[in-house]
Design a binder for this molecule. Structure first.
Ligand code: NAD
Length: 614
């Protein structure tokens, strides 16, 4: 059937980038503003006020979720008494909503700087609450004139809010696909938004200060917001109703409801949901979104948002609301799900809830992997043999499973999930397969190279708290490869541990030692991992680095690596361990070598301060 549609492109000007807040004064003048009412929470107000300079004549920071009309009335008073002729709003959907409410009442032009992924800044929709009822109006009059997306403003958005706000954006895109007003342009934008949101969200959750992932998420939030040019469906209706009636947090409600409504829509709009599943490369889109939320630690039930079950009485469709209240996982693809359900059911009595969850999810993913790839028996037996050989070649020195985990990037994912949560501490990096427990204790100034050949390197480091306070007595394990890229455990002729040591930081939290410049090296290639690398045309090299493990009472253990700037394979490290923040200068040194060392030829130094968190 031919579908008809009307498309009316949005007139909103969009400025996107990092540091774009600097353009705000120019953008205000472009819309004819000279007296600005700044709507902002203190968190962002100073930065934007500074960029606006004398243009600011008044500020208001009382924006609230769901745009209560009484708050709008207060802001309107401020706008009028300051004779403001332009509104600049910096914040999430709540602040944007207030700007739109002011524009709806006065026609004042708006410049919006979003700090969440709600998308309201590019929609002609305004939801307002009066006496516990949320009403929505749709009018081009509330569309902001200019939106400035500055990815820097989003870097501090906490992970839980990032997750729920990102799922809020996802909901716009999903619902656009089955809107009666859907059109091919919105379809394309929605699918791209779904692809990028689900790609970027886990990256941001793992590393909130990952600017590239933040930028991808912000771009896709913009795309998702533009999808609201078509009318939304059941999901948005239910979220508005619940939000207005029970004052539920907006983005959290979206996060709980989306997978449940998607499961319901699988029957109502199967083609649209099949397109989502195709983009996500999963058999069942609703279950996949539910699993994504779980994996990101987001809320899955209305119960945990504080709603009582009976308050949902009378709201339809009751099946959706009930599943959402309980936080039930939507059931996956029908084929084979009986077997999957049976296996998962076999874990019902597992006393440890975490073990139950991990096993359940592992089975679910393994079954999906087998089905999705039409796995043959021969392939599966090969996989089992591969893992068997990985075990057989391993011992207390040869750690092939660690290497497998490293070369498949799993170690880096787990590392990012466990550590590196704060931008204030030194980034962590994978442990790798060559750490040996209990390295030899050494004195400051010692040479850990055991006389091995190589370019001498003087390492001088300090261990501090995140605020720069030294951490005396920190225990620091160091290990590295020799000039040919081998660790001592790989060199059978070596007697005892070499190029590995344990130091204790002095009263100033410092330690110093001699070693040799590390070089790039191949991971062992004579086992199953080597076979995997060879079979996929991957090189086996690690970028040159020194490992550090830092332990101090009351502090989180830091396991990390420092990479030699300018070294080889920094951008294709075979274990995916390199982080930009860990690439440091190991410069050629000038002057007399420290600690009474005599050096023929040149030497290098590494000066570095590790910041560890509590
Ligand atoms: P929000 O604006 O209330 O922000 C959530 C919380 O995060 C607030 O406490 C806020 O101060 C804080 N915050 C925002 N940015 C931050 C940052 N960068 N760093 C640290 N903290 C930050 O919530 P929201 O989810 O962005 O927006 C929800 C509101 O937007 C609701 O009222 C909803 O109805 C509306 N909305 C409207 C539309 C529309 O098209 N009209 C679309 C989406 C949302």
């Amino acid at each position: 059937m031919t579908r008809g549609f009307v498309h009316s492109p949005s007139p909103t000007r969009v400025v996107f980038g990092a540091g774009t807040v600097a353009a705000v004064a120019e953008e205000v003048r472009r819309v004819g503003g000279s007296r600005v009412l700044l709507l902002a929470r203190p968190r962002h107000a100073e930065r934007v006020a500074a960029a606006l300079g004398e243009l600011v004549v008044a500020q208001f920071d009382g924006a609230r979720m769901h745009t209560p009309v009484e708050v709008t009335a207060q802001a309107l008073d401020v706008l009028k008494s300051a004779a403001a002729d332009c509104v600049v709003a910096v914040g999430g959907g709540s602040t944007t909503g207030l700007a739109k409410a002011l524009a709806a009442r006065t026609g004042v032009p708006q410049v919006i700087l979003p700090t969440t992924y709600a998308g309201s800044e590019v929609t002609p929709v305004l939801g307002e609450t009066e006496n516990g009822r949320k009403t929505t109006r749709r009018s081009p009059d509330v569309l902001p004139e200019t939106v400035i997306y500055d990815v820097d403003l989003t870097l501090g958005l906490p992970v839980p809010t990032t997750v729920t706000s990102g799922i809020n954006a996802l909901a716009h895109a999903v619902e656009a696909l089955y809107s009666p007003e859907a059109n091919p342009q919105v379809d394309a934008v929605a699918l791209q938004a779904i692809r990028s949101i689900t790609h970027a969200l886990p990256l941001v959750a793992a590393n909130p200060s990952d600017v590239d992932a933040r930028a991808e998420l912000l771009e896709s939030a913009w795309l998702a917001g533009t999808c609201l040019s078509v009318s939304m469906g059941l999901h948005h209706r239910l979220c508005h109703l619940l939000g207005g009636q029970f004052d539920l947090p907006h983005a959290e409600t979206h996060t709980v409801m989306l997978p449940q409504v998607m499961a319901y829509m699988e029957k109502e709009a199967p083609a649209a949901l099949a397109r989502v599943a195709e983009v996500l490369d999963v058999p069942d889109a609703a279950a996949a979104v539910f699993d994504l939320v779980v994996s990101l630690g987001g809320p899955t039930s209305l119960r945990e948002l504080g709603l009582t079950e009976s308050s949902l009485d009378g709201i339809e469709p009751a099946t959706v609301l009930r599943a959402a209240w309980e936080g039930r996982r939507p059931e996956g693809a029908p084929e084979l799900s009986a077997l999957t359900a049976q296996v998962i059911g076999s874990f019902d009595e597992t006393p440890d809830p975490r073990l139950k969850r991990l096993l359940t999810d592992l089975v679910r993913h393994l079954h999906h992997f087998a089905v999705h790839n039409d796995l043959t028996e021969e392939e599966w037996l090969f996989a089992i043999d591969f893992l068997t050989r990985t075990g057989q070649i391993s011992d207390d020195k040869r750690k092939e499973f660690v290497l497998l985990s490293d070369t498949l990037g799993v170690s880096s994912i787990v590392d990012a999930l466990t550590n590196s949560r704060s931008p204030l501490t030194t980034p962590s990096a994978v442990l790798g397969p060559f750490y040996v427990e209990g390295p030899p204790a050494m004195e400051h100034g010692a040479d850990i190279s055991g006389g091995l050949d190589g370019e001498p390197l003087w390492v001088s480091t300090a261990i501090t708290d995140v605020d720069g306070t030294p951490v005396p007595g920190a225990v620091v394990d160091v290990w590295q490869s020799n000039k040919d890229g081998f660790y001592d455990v790989q060199l059978p002729d070596l007697d005892g541990p070499v190029l590995r040591a344990r130091f204790v930081a002095d009263d100033q939290g410092r330690l110093e030692f001699w070693t040799i410049l590390p070089k790039e090296y191949p991971v062992p290639e004579d086992g199953p991992v080597g076979q995997m690398l060879g079979g996929t045309n991957r090189h086996p090299y690690r970028a040159p680095h020194v490992h550090f493990m830092i332990m101090a009472p009351g502090h989180h253990k830091l396991v990390t690596q420092l990479f030699v700037k300018g070294g080889r394979y920094l951008d294709s490290d075979t274990v995916f361990g390199v982080k930009d923040g860990l690439i440091v200068d190991f410069p050629v040194a000038e002057g007399a070598p420290p600690a009474g060392r005599e050096v023929t030829g040149g030497w290098r130094r590494l000066d570095y301060t590790f910041r560890i968190g509590r």
